[in-house]
Design a protein around this ligand. Structure first.
Ligand code: PBG
Length: 329
C-alpha cells in the first residue's frame, strides 16, 4: 500500500537539470583561486619531464616563462616557484644566492608578467642542501632549528629582492614565520606577505615532488619536524595560531584531500585566507589511474578540487591549475 503523503520532501527536485544544479550550487571554483606550483632547474637546455608526474616538468628558465605566461592567460591566480640548483651543499647556499636559480627565475617572471598573476616563492632549504633536509644540520645529523631560521630569513630576503610577491615558508621549523617577518621588515619588505605552510604533515604523498625537486633526504626522514599524521588533536590549530601570532598573513594545510578535516578546522578557526596544497602524490595517483583507464580523469580532478574548496580552502595549490582554469573559463 502506498501512503500518498510520502515522500514529504523531495530533494531530487533541485537536481533535475544541469542549469538547476548550477543555480543552487554552494561551492564554486574560479581560476583565480588556483595556484600553480612550478619547478625550474639550473643548467638544463630542455624541459625535463618528471617521470612520476606526467605533464609536469623541471623547466628551463625559458620554458618556465612560457608556462607561466600560459597560466596567466588562463586566469590562474598565482604561481609558486621551486628551484633545483646545479650545485648543492650542506648549508643550501643557492637558496639565498642573488644569482641562485629561483632568484633569477623570479626576476624573469616579474619582468614578463608584472602583476598579471601573483608570483610566490617556496622558502625552504631541502632543494638546496646536499643532504636533502629542510634545514642545516647539527654535528649529530639533526636539523638545527635556530641555525636554520637564519638561513630561511636570508633566503626570504633574497627572494623578495628578486621580486617575489609572497614568501611561503614550508620547512616546519619553530619560529620560522617570525624570523622571516623580522628579516623582511628590516630589509624594506614590510609590504610582502607571508603564506605560512602552517599545518604540514610528514606525508608519503610528497613522494613524486622529491623527484621533481630532487630533494629526497639522503638519510632519515622528515618526521622530526613535519607533523605526525596521527599527532595530537589540536596540533594543527596550535601551529596555525603560532604562525598568525608571528605575523603570517595566510595559512596553509598540506596535503589536501587526506586532510580535509584539518582544513575545515583551520577554516573555522581563523580570519585570514586559507590555502590547501593538493600535493604531488595526489596528482600522481589520479594521473596513474587515469592512464590505465581506471577512472574518469577530468571528473576526478574537478571533484577533488571541489571537495578541497568545500572543506574551506580559499586558494588551492594544484599542478592542474592551468588546465582547470582553462576548463572553467
Ligand atoms: C619543502 C616542500 C615539499 C613540498 C612542498 N614544499 C617537500 C617536503 O616537505 O618533503 C611537497 C609538495 C608536493 O608533494 O607536491 N620544500
Amino acid at each position: 500500500m502506498t501512503d500518498a503523503r510520502f515522500p514529504v520532501a523531495r530533494p531530487r527536485r533541485l537536481r533535475r537539470t544541469a542549469a538547476m544544479r548550477r543555480m543552487v550550487a554552494g561551492t564554486r571554483l574560479h581560476p583565480a583561486d588556483l595556484v600553480l606550483p612550478m619547478f625550474v632547474k639550473e643548467g638544463v637546455t630542455e624541459p625535463v619531464p618528471v617521470g612520476s608526474m606526467p605533464g609536469v616538468f623541471q623547466h628551463t628558465r625559458d620554458s618556465l616563462r612560457k608556462a607561466a605566461h600560459e597560466a596567466a592567460e588562463a586566469g590562474v591566480g598565482g604561481l609558486i616557484l621551486f628551484g633545483v640548483p646545479a650545485v648543492k651543499d650542506a648549508r643550501g647556499s643557492a637558496a639565498d644566492d642573488p644569482d641562485g636559480v629561483v632568484q633569477k627565475a623570479v626576476a624573469d617572471l616579474r619582468a614578463d608578467l608584472g602583476d598579471a598573476l601573483t608570483i610566490m616563492t617556496d622558502t625552504c632549504l631541502d632543494e638546496f642542501t646536499d643532504h636533502g633536509h629542510c634545514g642545516v644540520l647539527t654535528p649529530d645529523g639533526e636539523v638545527d632549528n635556530d641555525a636554520t631560521l637564519e638561513r630561511y630569513a636570508s633566503a626570504a630576503v633574497a627572494q623578495a629582492r628578486a621580486g617575489s610577491q609572497v614568501i611561503a615558508p614550508s620547512g616546519m621549523m619553530d619560529g620560522q614565520v617570525g624570523a622571516i617577518r623580522a628579516a623582511l621588515d628590516a630589509d624594506g619588505f614590510s609590504h610582502i606577505p607571508i603564506l605560512a605552510y602552517s599545518a604540514k604533515y610528514a606525508s608519503a604523498f610528497y613522494g613524486p615532488f622529491r623527484e621533481a625537486a630532487e630533494c629526497a633526504p639522503q638519510f632519515g626522514d622528515r618526521n622530526a619536524y613535519q607533523q605526525d599524521p596521527a599527532g595530537p588533536i589540536g596540533e594543527a590549530l596550535r601551529e596555525v595560531r603560532l604562525d598568525l601570532a608571528e605575523g603570517a598573513d595566510a595559512v596553509m594545510v598540506k596535503p589536501a584531500l587526506p586532510y580535509l578535516d584539518i582544513l575545515r578546522q583551520v577554516r573555522d578557526s581563523v580570519d585570514v585566507p586559507v590555502a590547501a596544497y593538493q600535493v604531488s602524490g595526489e596528482y600522481a595517483m589520479v594521473e596513474a589511474a587515469a592512464a590505465n583507464g581506471w577512472v574518469d580523469r577530468e571528473r576526478i580532478i574537478m571533484e577533488s578540487l571541489i571537495a578541497i574548496r568545500r572543506a574551506g580552502a580559499d586558494m588551492i595549490l594544484t599542478y592542474w591549475a592551468t588546465e582547470v582554469a582553462r576548463r572553467l573559463s
